[in-house]
Structure formats: structure tokens, C-alpha cells
Design a protein around this ligand. Sequence first.
Ligand code: SAM
Length: 283
Amino acid sequence: MGTLYLVATPIGNLEDMTLRAIRVLREAPLIAAEDTRTTRVLLDRYQINTPMTSYHEHNKLTKLDAILAALEAGDVALVSDAGTPGISDPGYELVVAAIARGHTVTPIPGACAAISALAVSGLPTNAFVFEGFVPRKPSALARWIEAVRREPRTIVLYEAPHRLAKTVEAMANAFPQRRLVIACELTKMFESVWRGTCAAAGDYLRQHPPRGEYVLLLEGAVLEPAEQWTAAQVLRALNDRLAAGLTRRDAARDVAQQAGWNKRDVIALLHASPDSAEHLEDI
Ligand code: SAM
């Protein structure tokens, strides 16, 4: 029974390789790589001679059986072109299949563009949602914008340079005053992080035509009191989460985020509600 290692690789700067990643890539009998030519550059830099096989978006289903067979015989290290495999990159189906067959799936953590950008964004990091790539079609993009209109958490997404202006324009039309962060070419020579409002982002992009790789980070909705949940809605949501097995602390935090309430107010409401008294001991 082999172990499937998900090995994170640099998102630009080849120095962002962990010692453990180098060791695992050296010791594994096989590396499954999104693009073997891209990974070859990394392997050469670290004198890693492990055999490679390709595992990418277009062969990930036909290749699945071969990689699972390799896992029966020994370990397999999965890498993508950059960053963490499975995060907007091939890996998900393989992880699911490996788990189903009883293999151990182990992370070798390292770079991830979304997390790196979030950390430096200056936007709230306590709660965020990762949206991957947003829809390309204008109608689907418009639906996506509506879906995140009331999202109170920081919204993190990836975008291709040639679509960046359109996505930012849609955000500016919907949320002109919301803060937006445009993180470009992180860890590379021309790394930049622009922080402003959605309304101001168009000008910035006209002055700095998109080139390279981008993470966009949109401030979550600050819900107006009228948009906030009522006390009855909050209590109902709390009871649902407690019934689903969440701890009281997690239920209160989750509901507070969703409801646009302060967590202390959610807890105070629980205290004031006789029906919920049995849920109170540990908050
Ligand atoms: N698995 C990768 C990860 O963990 O970050 C993401 C792979 S996804 C196919 C590639 C996208 O990630 C790019 O289009 C860009 O939006 C973002 N990205 C990757 N490297 C980046 C970098 N150095 N700076 C900014 N964004 C980056």
C-alpha cells in the first residue's frame, strides 16, 4: 500500500521549495507531474532523478488507473506546475480514488498563491472563501457576482491576465466602494500588491496592463442592519448547527459570520434564550 504525497512546489521563486519536498521527491519511486517539462526544471535544480509520468487536466481520468496501480506497488508524489496540487490544479480525483482504496494521502505543504496573497492582502484573514477561477461567460459572471453580494467573508480568486479587466469591471459596477487587492507575480521579480477600491481598480489596470499571474481578493460584504438576520433567524441557525453536531463555539462563530452579527451578540442571544440554555456550558 503506497502513500500518495501531495507535494507543493514554488509559485515562482524556486527557493520556495521545502527540504521535505526535496526529500520526498527524491525518495518516491514515481512523480506524477502536471507538465513533466515544467517539473523537469525544478527537479534539475535540486538534482532529483526520480522517474516522472504526466497527470494533467486532459488525461487525469484515463491516467487514474495507472497511477492507482503504481500506488499499489509503492509511493507516488503528485506535483502540479506550481503551488499546491488539487488547488485549481489536477489532484482532486486522484485524492478521492486513493482515499477510497485505503491509501494514505499526505500533504507536503508549501506555496499556494491564494494563501500567500491573502496573508499579505490586509483584508480580514479570519474567515475567507476561495472561489478558484470565476466564470468566463458574462451571464455566468453576473450570476456569480449576485451569489457573492451578501458574502461577508474575504473572497479570494484566481484570474487570467486577459480576463482581469472584465472581472474587475464587473466588481466595480456591483461593489464600487469595496476594498479590492490585486496580487501579481507573487514571489517573482515583478511581484506587486495593489490595494484600493473596486472603483479605483480600473484606472490602476489601465496604467499597469495585466501581465503575469494574478490573485484577486475582494472585501466581504459589510451587511447593513436591514440586511442582517433577525434574532429568530439567528437562533434557528444556531439550533440547526448544534443539531448537526457543531460545537457551541463553532456554531456561534459560523452563525455570526453568516448573519452579519457580532459573535458576542450571538452568544448573548443564546444566553437570553431559555430554549437554548442546554447548549451554553462551554461558551
Ligand atoms: N495550485 C496553484 C496554487 O496552489 O496556488 C494554483 C494553480 S492555478 C492553475 C494557477 C493560478 O494561480 C494562476 O492563474 C494565478 O491566478 C494564480 N497564481 C499562481 N502563481 C501565482 C503567482 N506567483 N502570483 C499570483 N498568482 C499566482
